[in-house]
Structures are given as C-alpha cells and as structure tokens.
Design a protein around this ligand. Structure first.
Ligand SMILES: [Zn+2]
Ligand SMILES: [Zn+2]
Length: 274
C-alpha cells in the first residue's frame, strides 16, 4: 500500500524458486513456468544496473495530484536506457520464439521495433495505453522491456507518498490497469498494477475494470485450499484473480502467482464457454 511494501525487485529470486517448484509439481504448467523464469532472468540483469530517478516534485505536490485523481508518473520522468531497452526487446522476442509463443515472422517484427528510431514514441504510446495491434505481442513485450524502469521510478514515488485515499480502478503511479489482487488479513482488497506492480486499496467486492458494484452480477470462485480466488464480472465479462493472505502461508509473488493460478483462468474460460 505505502512505502512499507516489499520491493518486488527483491522478491524475484523467490518468484523463480516458486516457479521451479511449480514446474516440478505440475508438469502441465511447466512450459508456462519456464517461459516466465526466462523473462524474469532477462529483466533482472537490467535491474542490477539501474540508476535511481530523481523526482522533481515535493511530497505535497504529489499528494495533491493524487487528491485530484491524477496518477503520479509521466513518461518523461522514466529514465529509460534505450540501448538496454532495445536489447531487452530483442532478448524477450527470442525467448517468446524459443517457447513457441510467436512464429518466425513475429520475432522479426519485434526485432524491427526494437531497432527502429521511433521506439521511444512507440513506448510513449504504449505508456499512454494506446495498443499496438500491428505487431503481434508487442504490448506484452513492452510491458517486460519497460518494467525495470517504470518499476524503479514507482518505487521512488512509493517511498514519498501513500495511496490510502486513492481507491480508483487504475494505478496511482502509472495509470495502468491491475491484473492481480491481494485479500489482506484484514479482509481488505489491494489491487496490483499490471505494469509497475504497485499496490493500492480498492473496494473489496467492486469490479476493478468497469466499476460494477452489483454483487448479484459478480461471481466468485476459489481453489480448494482457498488460497486463490477469482472474481468474475458479468456486465463487462472480465475477471481478476486474488491471493487470499488469510489462507496463504506466504505473501504474493507477483511474477509467480499469475502462473501458479493459470488453472483458475482455465476454469473461468470454461465457465464462460470459451
Ligand atoms: Zn502502475
Ligand atoms: Zn466489470
């Protein structure tokens, strides 16, 4: 929620250990786990040599922005090292190809984006939430390639302000949607940003995608041990998974838990007849 959250950069070795254990225990998830491990290891190499961004705003200014409903981070505050970003895009594309997630043409298209002079403009558009449907999996690749930089800046901001009063559907730092959540021991819900992994409190039963708060149109399912849940919103058709910290022996692992819970995604798809 605020500055006390553990850095997800530091949690990475635990994510990798969890994914390795998952691949052993559940062979049907092994290829997804291996892919995720490869992506994490690629990003980690860059995280080791990041500089700390300087945020030219006072805590009062940042708090005032949040109070007006404005997210904190603007694109030009992110200290991208473009040569490293280009390298990351190439490596991530190669990993996706090795795991058969894209075809040979797809990897060439991604390499071309990584080399192109307009990469910063592409990244800026992605940051502003404009999808790039012309290149297969580019949006997913940019999430991974940008994450070390966005996350580093988010960590700095997170140490300066708290997000307690935010309560909105998008990230208080980078304005992206959540793609996971945590139910705290106090039965409150925190959303986890899909891009910078910042967490913020959000109404426990509302849909974080469309704002629907009619409980009769929101379905919930849980794993048999109750550690993971999923909430499905009928009006918008979207869903969000959660780690229930009241039932879990460990905290959320933001890189591992989305893979650990792939069977829940499959259960939702089946339910929705997809
Ligand atoms: Zn974010
Ligand atoms: Zn919804």
């Amino acid at each position: 929620m605020s500055g006390s959250s553990p850095s997800s950069a530091r949690a990475l070795p635990r994510d990798i250990a969890e994914l390795k254990a998952l691949a052993e225990l559940q062979p049907e998830l092994a290829s997804a786990a291996q892919l995720q491990i490869s992506l994490i290891e690629t990003v980690r190499r860059v995280q080791g040599r990041l500089t700390t961004p300087w945020i030219d705003a006072t805590t009062e200014e940042l708090t005032a922005r949040l109070a007006k409903g404005q997210s904190l981070l603007s694109f030009d505050q992110i200290l991208f090292e473009w040569n490293d970003v280009r390298l990351l895009i190439r490596q991530i594309a190669d990993i996706l190809r090795r795991h058969d997630a894209i075809d040979a043409d797809g990897v060439i298209a991604l390499h071309n984006v990584g080399r192109a002079a307009d990469l910063p403009e592409r990244m800026h558009a992605w940051f502003d939430g404009i999808p790039s449907p012309d290149v297969e999996m580019l949006d997913e690749v940019l999430v991974w390639a940008a994450r070390p930089y966005v996350q580093r800046t988010a960590e700095v901001l997170q140490q300066r302000v708290n997000f307690d009063g935010w309560g909105r559907r998008t990230c208080p730092v980078c304005a992206a949607e959540p793609d996971f959540s945590v139910i705290t021991p106090a039965a409150e819900r925190q959303l986890v940003c899909s891009r910078c992994l910042v967490r913020w409190a959000f109404a426990a039963t509302d849909c974080p995608y469309c704002g629907n708060h009619d409980r009769s149109t929101i379905t919930s399912m849980a794993t048999p041990d109750g550690v993971y849940r999923v909430m499905i919103c009928q009006p918008c058709g979207r869903y969000i998974k959660a780690l229930d910290a009241r039932k879990s022996a460990r905290p959320l692992l933001p890189y591992a838990d989305p893979i650990v819970t792939l069977p829940l995604d499959a259960a939702v798809m089946k339910r929705q007849g997809k």
